[in-house]
Design a protein around this ligand. Structure first.
Ligand code: ROI
Length: 168
């Protein structure tokens, strides 16, 4: 990924995408488009799609995961609200916490920001333990340093990745 020139007030943001219901690949492609046309959002990069078994309850289909890099002038909570609207538009129903979903959009990183409020923690708290996030993130940003956690290459080296299948 070429590091983008940032407009004043804009940040480089990484968004995690996941789906395991209702044609997951189509869900992710459609979400990518919906994110890229948000006001004050520009797509920078999009990873490969990765098929992988569910983390958490195993009685649900495999997931397709990816990571998208954007620049945005939207503040974190405004971006979160926009992503939640896109999730709803893709039929996301919040039933059980770790259950199957048509679309999950997570703000993983927001520039150098570290924040925690009840609605949102950045960096995303699961980021450093989840191969389905670390692999696509490393693919598009191998030089990344995760605020408060260190180099992505070092974190990924500690994480088993054998369950991930890159889709072509
Ligand atoms: N498991 C995988 N493999 N991918 C996900 O995106 C994902 N999302 C979730 C839970 C249910 C924790 N498991 C997942 O929210």
């Amino acid at each position: 990924m070429v590091t983008p020139n940032l407009k004043p007030g804009h940040e480089l943001v990484f968004i995690g995408l996941g789906s395991n219901l209702d044609r997951p690949v189509e869900q992710l492609k459609s979400a990518r488009l919906a994110i890229s046309v948000l006001p004050l959002v520009e797509e920078v990069s999009f990873s490969s799609l990765y098929l992988n078994p569910p983390m958490g309850p195993q009685d649900q289909p495999d997931y397709v995961n990816a990571v998208m890099a954007v620049t945005t002038g939207l503040p974190p909570l405004t971006l979160l609200a926009s992503l939640q609207t896109i999730e709803s538009e893709h039929g996301r129903v919040r039933t059980c916490r770790w259950g199957a979903r048509t679309l999950d959009l997570d703000i993983l990183l927001y520039g150098p920001l570290e924040m925690s409020v009840p609605e949102l923690t950045i960096p995303h708290p699961g980021l450093t333990e989840r191969a389905f996030v670390l692999c696509p993130l490393y693919e598009i940003a191998p030089e990344l340093i995760i605020p408060g956690k260190g180099k992505i290459a070092d974190i990924l080296a500690q994480c088993p990745t054998d369950q991930l299948k890159k889709l072509t």
